[in-house]
Write a protein that binds this ligand. Structure first.
Ligand SMILES: C[S@@+](CC[C@H](N)C(=O)[O-])C[C@H]1O[C@@H](n2cnc3c(N)ncnc32)[C@H](O)[C@@H]1O
Length: 311
């Protein structure tokens, strides 16, 4: 058995590495090392050559005596500082996208709406060198920024294709394992998604408002070629841990968006009749309790957690 390859970014800090400077108040500054160059952190100049060749996790002292920690950014540290012209999907939502869809090395993945390529960078890692990622982006200037961000913060990506075109006009790919759509009205893309996805392939929509969730879920259920529809949101709250002060942070990113997941059915399957709700509001008006909408949803709500069962 051959020894595993070390991570490409495990060695000493190098020319053109993206690094994060972290000050004593845990504030972060994303910069790129350049041999012979100088970096400014809050107006304090730091010579890059002081860092190039030193191990990641080193500290550097600024001319005013402030000590800064230097690390290559993790994905979660990178994304908040990623140069952008459009809103990226944040790591708290990217995590569930990767795990709910189960993207693995070797997969063929299509992403609609590349923007600054925040999700793209995670997808490139997930599909690996044996997989394939195709990203559709309407605007050439956004696509250019995506290419720059990938080159600078991910590195070479021979498994990546950017298509600067309107995804609604049609998708080239077929037999796609996973598709992630970050557009305002993803329900318009369902015919193209159904044509591109293989049976069992997954569709994910990221939408910022509840009405968009409703429109997308309704469209997926009405289409007849999708099933196993799920909608969720994630909440992430950081904690302040200092001495005896142990509490949630006062500020949080309380809302980003909702995730809607669905699976492409086989062509001879059709769940349309089972999934059409009898009651469009999904409630029984006599007592206001949620009612199952049909045979496929008879377990609506699932088992309550232990100790919370109804009497
Ligand atoms: C919110 S941004 C995507 C952000 C990205 N998911 C990320 O994590 O960085 C949405 C992008 O979709 C692009 N877009 C909008 N309509 C499109 C279409 N019909 N086809 C392809 N791209 C489209 C926009 O130009 C924009 O860059």
């Amino acid at each position: 058995v051959s020894a595993p390859e070390p991570r490409a970014d495990a060695g000493a800090l190098a020319d053109r590495d993206a690094v994060l400077f972290i000050d004593r108040k845990d504030r972060t500054y994303l910069r790129t090392l350049k041999r012979g160059g100088r970096i400014n952190v809050r107006g304090m100049p730091i010579a890059c050559d002081l860092l190039i060749g030193r191990p990641e996790g080193s500290t550097v002292d600024t001319p005013t005596g402030e000590r800064l920690l230097v690390l290559r950014p993790t994905y979660a540290q990178l994304i908040p500082s990623l140069p952008r012209q459009a809103q990226p999907i944040y790591p708290k939502d990217v995590g569930p996208i990767l795990l709910w869809t189960g993207i693995r090395p070797g997969d063929t993945v299509v992403e609609i709406g590349t923007g600054p390529a925040a999700l793209t960078i995670a997808l490139l890692d997930a599909v690996g060198e044996t997989g394939r990622l195709v990203s559709y982006e309407l605007r050439e200037d956004f696509a250019e920024m995506a290419r720059e961000n990938v080159a600078r913060y991910h590195g070479p990506a021979p498994q990546w294709t950017v298509r600067v075109q309107d995804a609604l006009a049609g998708l080239v790919e077929r037999d796609v394992d996973r598709m992630i759509v970050d557009l305002a009205e993803p329900w318009h893309l369902l015919p193209q998604a159904a044509a591109a996805l293989r049976p069992g392939g997954s569709f994910t929509g990221f939408v910022p408002t509840a009405l968009q969730v409703k429109s997308l879920v309704d469209a997926l259920r009405a289409d007849g070629r999708f099933g196993a529809v799920e909608a969720l949101e994630t909440m992430l709250r950081h904690w302040h841990v200092s001495g005896r002060s142990l509490r949630p942070e006062h500020r949080m990113v309380a809302h980003t968006g909702f995730l809607v997941f669905a699976r492409r059915l086989a062509d001879d399957a059709n769940l349309r009749s089972e999934l059409t709700p009898r009651d469009p509001y999904g409630t029984d008006e006599r007592d206001g309790r949620t009612r199952a909408a049909g045979p496929a949803r008879d377990d609506e709500g699932g088992d309550p957690p232990e100790g919370l069962e109804d009497d």
